[in-house]
Design a protein around this ligand. Structure first.
Ligand code: UDP
Length: 490
């Protein structure tokens, strides 16, 4: 751990404000933990129920002597008509997701109050909280933005906002080129997140507030690594004038502790169950299927997925959401039939530990950014099954640019639930075979995945590109001259 050599100086104090989604909290807490390993006093501003999700990570880090803590502020449950304790996208039904967004807009005063009260040296804010830019400006401290996604999807969106190719095509299924990108990427409108598909002016206004907040930031901290995305850092700087610091994959350095779930008996028994089961499996033989913290599938789709995993014929570890109406979709006798080769985990699995286990050979993923990066850094080939938000862009990166993944199906693709095609069991089985089976192409893909995984690990090692990225970010915060004179930052 880097420490302060000057006894009269005090450590840098940085505040982190993650958004109310597990896929945003996990990497931001990991980043805060990384800062703490460099001697930076790190505080995470969080609401009470979300604090329980990150407390295993924070407790383990502070027990190891790292300067890291949480600072609580209330979640405006009653104002948005959510029950107490429902403070995260993962803890509400899909139809209530807009209430989480609405709640986030009501946190301005708490952020303002806490930042003015504690006056940190810098704030690292989720991009959703655009008001933190002006608070930081008032306090003469830098605001660094965090998107919770990679630079590839950020640049795809930046190009789309600038050139609007998706608004000039004749229909939702007509492919268009994303202009100017370092790689020739085509998409169709139905693969885009809802805020890009719609011409809604309210969304337009919100996006322009976000974009102003970005330009007023010192830059963007990215959970990714230069060897994967440096062309996109150059693109982002050239077109949006944004500085970026790669500091990931953050799970590589923090993944051995619990992440994203309360450390209750259920989580502990799930971990034991996964690890015991994996121990009995052959090297690289298992397909791990998991779809993030807030996915939704129809019953018909769940049934096809079950049958597809069975049909593929490889051992599988499949994580399903708890209380997902199993009685409606679980095929008759499924668990009994597959008990020798399949494990169904209900709720939360220790994903990073699972992905790193020697028995895992492939990953069926919904392409949430964290999952994609965790799969990449574990050196695994992937089957991509994007569902919503920017996930179809992430799919493009791993299938077309990096070349370590195959699509779960080739038919109609859409981020909208009502437009989704039911992916058939046979299609899934074929895709799984492409990453797990024999043949030159599969071997080449696995070899490439191993190579990229090695690069990811090296990036976070001492002296690696992301290790140095974090050093540069900390130095840039120290060097920030936003009007602070005489403060004894070191
Ligand atoms: N995750 C986990 N166990 C699970 C499901 C998810 O540890 O059973 C973690 C996963 O490792 C990742 C995060 O939750 O770090 C999910 O983030 P991602 O961006 O992949 O998807 P999102 O949940 O945002 O859709």
């Amino acid at each position: 751990m880097a420490t302060n050599s000057n006894p009269n100086s005090r450590p840098l104090r940085v505040f982190f404000i993650p958004y109310f989604a597990t896929g945003h909290m996990i990497p931001m807490v990991d980043i805060a933990r990384l800062f703490a390993t460099r001697g930076v006093d790190s505080t995470i501003l969080v609401t009470p129920a979300n604090a329980t999700l990150i407390s295993p990570t924070i407790d383990a880090a502070s027990a190891a002597g790292l300067p890291i803590r949480t600072l609580l502020y209330p979640f405006p449950s009653s104002a948005v008509n959510l029950p107490p304790g429902a403070e995260n996208l993962a803890s509400v039904p899909l139809s209530d997701a807009p209430k989480i967004d609405a709640a986030s807009l009501l946190t301005v005063n708490d952020h303002d109050r806490l930042l003015r009260l504690h006056r940190p040296d810098a704030v690292i804010s989720d991009t959703h909280f655009f008001w933190t830019t002006s608070i930081a400006k008032d306090l003469h401290i830098p605001r660094i933005s965090f998107h919770a996604i990679g630079l590839f999807p950020v640049c795809v969106m930046s190009s789309l906002f600038r050139h609007l190719p998706h608004l000039t095509v004749s229909d939702d299924l007509h492919p268009f080129l994303i202009p100017d990108l370092p790689h020739p990427i085509h998409m169709i409108r139905s693969e885009l997140p809802d805020f890009l598909r719609s011409n809604n002016t309210a969304i337009g206004e919100a996006m322009s507030a976000l974009s102003d907040a970005e330009s007023g930031s010192l830059g963007v901290v990215v959970n990714s690594f230069a060897e994967l995305e440096s062309a996109y850092a150059d693109y982002y700087y050239k077109h949006d004038k944004m500085t970026t610091w790669f500091v990931g994959p953050v799970a590589e350095v923090t993944g051995k502790v619990s992440r994203g779930a309360a450390e209750n008996s259920k989580a502990i028994s799930n971990r034991e169950c996964c690890m015991e089961w994996l121990e009995k499996q052959r090297e690289r033989s298992v397909v791990y299927a998991c779809f993030g913290s807030w996915c939704y599938f129809s019953s018909e789709q769940m049934k096809e997925m079950a049958l597809g995993l069975e049909m593929a014929g490889h051992p599988f570890l499949w994580v399903v959401r708890e209380g997902d109406g199993e009685e409606e979709w679980m095929p008759d006798g499924f668990e009994e039939r597959v008990k020798e080769k399949g494990l169904v985990v209900r709720g939360w699995a220790p994903q990073v530990e699972v992905l790193r286990h020697r028995a895992v050979g492939g990953f069926v993923t919904h392409c949430g950014w964290n999952s994609v990066l965790e799969g990449v850094s574990s050196g695994l080939p992937m089957v991509t099954w994007p569902l919503s938000t920017e996930q179809f862009m992430n799919e493009k990166l791993v299938v077309e640019v990096v070349g370590t993944a195959v699509r779960a199906w080739e038919g109609r693709r859409s981020t909208e639930e009502g437009e989704k095609e039911v992916v058939k069991s046979g299609d899934l089985a074929v895709a799984v075979e492409k990453v797990m089976g024999a043949g030159k192409e599969a071997e080449k893909r696995r070899e490439k995945a191993r190579e990229v995984g090695e690069m990811a690990k090296k990036a976070v090692d001492v002296g690696g590109s992301s290790y140095e990225g974090l050093s540069r970010l900390i130095q840039d915060i120290r060097d920030f001259d936003g009007g602070i004179n005489g403060r004894d930052r070191v």
